[in-house]
Unconditional design. Structure first.
Ligand code: ZN
Length: 643
């Protein structure tokens, strides 16, 4: 009898834990599978870096939690212990004491006295003093990333990227000197902690032998084990640059690696491993450590191949000012992949698409590589198909039918367009850098990519290219986007809070802007039925026109570096929340009993050995989140990790 695959294993607080499958793994050669095994080790080896980056107390807190979970001899069925376990799982999920999305510090549901008694029972009373304040004092390091106006963003944020410096000092330290043409031609600041030493501001660089040296040494070790199994010479070249960069901390090597990596478009197994995304830093200089190992999904790859081939057509026909358009589109490579392993800032919560490198000057000169993570989207869809959210928030039977039939493809194609074309489109005016938008940069950049996707998903060109079967796919995506941007995503927010996270700000900015600007013409109708609010799209073509108008404006803001324009747009549409609607959405959602956030349990790779040599690798799908977290905690600290 075939056992049904369990997509969702558990739910706690606002989190649900899912699993993903990697069917492509079975189609690989033993050599490719061994490559994945080593890369997956490298993907897990940097976990502690991320924990420390998120907050300087995180590793201590984790040590305390792990000790108790492993050794506590007392009653585990009492309510207080249950509350302790929920707190622990939330911390594991978020890679630290702050919520991974809202950035707010978790509130423990157990007392200080109880926590102290647990630590005493496992012979680790000293951990109490070291963790008490961060766990129990609500106002202390209350938010991981603060993006509010009018405060010192560096001092107010509880992340661990800076020490003893002010926002003004950071901005000055990384200012591009006047008269250099303005455009930064190398990455700066990505891989260091900025500290004040004897009154001088210096970078404490993350490298082997430097800060995070132990972890980086382990990552390098596994990457070097993987090297002989690389798919081709180009990939090997990129891998050597990556390990050299980890050894030296030299960002020029990272840039060279990024270029070599994006030029490898042939490998059947690919990976990201590095200090990549800057969302954890309010000023977007410092990058969190992450890793994703992926396998090419050849069938689904047809879709993005067609988009990439026509990249110039999309660029030329975009509804933006000609001055902000590229005259040629370089090396947009888009691939549909299946995730084989997630690590660092991509685990347990994960993106569904990735476009790299982030360095604007590399993108303009060399292009970028984009991946859609199809098996993750598939797992989400499988888990969501029975949740009832669509039925609750969709405004009409027609919409439900449309979304059931075409929604999954719509969201995949949106991701393809967003990653493969959106982020790579457009250009900066001479002398303008992306730093001009400061704390609004991430939101503007996401809005730009989303709007590009929304504008084109309704374009007849997609049907003509055979990427979608009919315009209904675009319509389904419009329904989902508006419903999510104006209502469903509010379920991720506590009553009274504003939107902080850049993807959420982006989605509400877009949805609220088109709603407002289409109001007179009745493009989107807000209706109320039995006390429930719905947004129903009445004119899809007009809505597409509005997305195009906003795309033009957002591209202008980025290309010109118009900070005031960015602030005005986002503060007007993307930050404040309608309290009454928020309350209504929360209560409707609560009635469904569905957790708004999801993350994944990774598969495990087990080497098959013969005469002391790895000859093949098998995949298994573990079923328990906490067990995996505890295992990672133990094994990441060992140099050799299984071997
Ligand atoms: Zn994006």
């Amino acid at each position: 009898m075939k056992k049904e695959f369990v997509w969702q294993t558990e739910q706690f607080d606002d989190i649900k834990i899912l699993r993903y499958q990697v069917p492509a793994f079975e189609t690989l050669s033993a050599r490719e599978r061994i490559f994945i095994y080593y890369l997956s080790r490298a993907a897990l080896a940097g976990r502690d870096i991320l924990w420390d980056q998120n907050n300087k107390y995180n590793l201590k807190v984790r040590e305390a939690l792990e000790r108790i979970i492993r050794d506590y001899p007392g009653d585990r069925l009492v309510p207080e212990f249950q509350h302790f376990m929920i707190y622990a799982k939330k911390v594991f999920f978020a890679n630290g004491v702050h919520h991974h999305y809202s950035m707010d510090k978790f509130r423990p549901g157990f007392s200080q006295t109880y926590f102290r008694s647990l630590l005493t029972a496992v012979n680790a009373p000293e951990l109490y003093a070291e963790t008490e304040r961060i766990i129990f004092e609500p106002g202390y390091m209350a938010k991981r990333v603060v993006l509010d106006e009018g405060v010192d963003l560096i001092q107010a944020s509880a992340n661990n990227y800076y020490s003893g410096v002010t926002q003004a000092e950071v901005e000055q330290f990384y200012q591009v000197p006047e008269g250099t043409g303005g455009e930064a031609m190398e990455s700066r600041g990505l891989n260091s902690t900025l500290i004040k030493e004897n009154g001088r501001i210096v970078e404490d660089v993350w490298k082997v032998g430097g800060k995070y040296g132990d972890c980086l040494e382990r990552i390098v070790f596994w990457l070097e084990q993987a090297l002989p199994y690389a798919c081709n010479e180009q990939q090997r070249k990129a891998m050597r640059l990556l390990t050299d960069y980890y050894k030296t901390g030299d960002l020029k090597l990272f840039d060279a690696y990024s270029i070599a990596w994006l030029q490898d478009t042939e490998s059947s197994v690919d990976f990201i491993n590095g200090f990549i995304e800057v969302y954890g830093d309010p000023l977007a200089y410092k990058a969190s450590w992450e890793s994703v190992v992926e396998i090419v999904d050849r069938e689904a790859g047809e879709r993005t191949r067609k988009l990439a081939e026509n990249a110039l057509w999309f660029e030329q026909h975009a509804p933006v000012d000609g001055r902000f358009k590229k005259s040629e589109v370089k090396g947009v490579t888009a691939r549909v992949m299946q995730v084989a392993m997630l690590g660092g800032d991509c685990h347990p919560a994960t993106p569904i698409g990735i476009n790299l490198p982030n360095a604007e000057w590399i993108r303009e000169r060399y292009g970028s590589k984009s991946v859609t993570l199809d098996n993750i989207t598939y797992a989400y869809d499988q888990a969501a198909s029975t949740s009832g959210v669509l039925d609750e928030f969709a405004g009409s039977e027609e919409e439900k039918k449309l979304v059931r039939e075409f929604g999954s493809l719509g969201s995949s194609v949106h991701t393809d367009l967003h990653e493969c074309l959106g982020h790579g489109s457009g250009k900066m005016l001479p002398g303008v850098t992306t730093e001009a938008l400061r704390n609004y940069y991430s939101t503007i950049e996401e809005a730009r990519a989303d709007l590009f996707a929304l504008y084109y998903i309704m374009d007849p060109k997609l049907v003509e290219l055979g990427i979608i079967p009919a315009a209904e796919v675009g319509k389904a995506e419009y329904c989902s986007y508006i419903r999510n941007g104006l209502m469903v995503q509010l379920t991720r927010l506590k009553l009274g809070d504003k939107l902080e996270e850049s993807h959420m700000r982006n989605r509400q900015t877009i949805a609220a802007w088109v709603y407002e600007h289409g109001k007179e013409d009745g493009v989107i109708e807000r209706i109320s039925r039995e006390g429930k609010t719905y947004f129903v799209i009445r004119d899809f073509e007009a809505l597409r026109g509005l997305f195009g108008q906003l795309l033009a404006e957002v591209q202008r803001i980025k290309s010109e570096g118009d900070y005031d324009g960015a602030r005005c747009l986002i503060e007007t549409y993307g930050v404040k929340v309608d309290d009454r609607l928020h309350r209504e959405v929360l209560s409707r959602y609560e009635a469904l009993g569905v957790a708004p956030y999801a993350g994944f349990i990774n598969p495990e790779y087990k080497p098959v050995e013969k005469d002391g040599k790895i000859v093949d690798v098998e995949i298994v799908y573990p079923g328990d989140f906490l067990t995996q977290m505890m295992e990672y905690g133990e094994k990441c600290q060992k140099f050799t990790f299984d071997r």
